[in-house]
Design a protein around this ligand. Structure first.
Ligand code: SAM
Length: 164
């Protein structure tokens, strides 16, 4: 895994197309204790430090009801990542793994996800534990943890479809 932007033995970078299509909107910003990628946890932990997620307008109203969920899924943009490696060497050992077989921040679309524990909500700010991103990381989305969420809309046929 690239922790900064170096290339290690046997790692392979490609000429990636200029990113242009997705047009994501950053809906907020995450404040954490970490300012260096070398010190940030590789995966968040439920007993990790409290981090703050700030939601920007006009999205603050979209927080309605979120306090009912003990755990949330957070999606964020790992904005300092390089995006061009297809083979990566997490241990810097020369042994490489395909990017899609890793949870490395280095990927064509550097989206990070974490399940966090929601401690409290104060206006447009959520206080959570379980993150692993740099201070100032842009926020892409928030959702209830899928294991806590029951669909509210009426059932539809695909819900019950099994097999081939
Ligand atoms: N939990 C997420 C996941 O599995 O999708 C992210 C895991 S990733 C291995 C976490 C690492 O990404 C951190 O240890 C740090 O090195 C790096 N990182 C964190 N925030 C970043 C950012 N904003 N830009 C680039 N790299 C970041």
């Amino acid at each position: 895994m690239v922790r900064l932007n170096e290339i290690r033995e046997n790692e392979v970078a490609v000429t990636a197309p200029e990113p242009a299509d997705a047009q994501l909107i950053f809906i907020g910003r995450i404040s954490t204790p970490w300012t260096s990628r070398m010190e940030t946890p590789r995966q968040g932990r439920p007993d990790g430090p409290i981090c703050e997620i700030e939601i920007f307008e006009p999205w603050v109203q979209a927080l309605a009801g979120i306090e009912r969920f003990e755990r949330l899924e957070v999606l964020y943009w790992l904005h300092q990542s390089r995006r061009d490696l297809v083979l990566q060497s997490p241990a810097s050992s020369g042994k490489v793994h395909g990017t899609f077989a890793l949870r490395s921040p280095v990927r064509p679309n550097p989206i990070g996800t974490s399940i966090v524990l929601l401690e409290r909500v104060e206006g447009n700010r959520l206080f959570v534990r379980g993150l692993d991103c740099l201070d100032g990381t842009p926020l892409l989305d928030l959702k209830p943890d899928r294991t806590l969420f029951k669909p509210i809309a009426p059932p539809q046929p695909g819900d019950f479809q099994t097999g081939v």
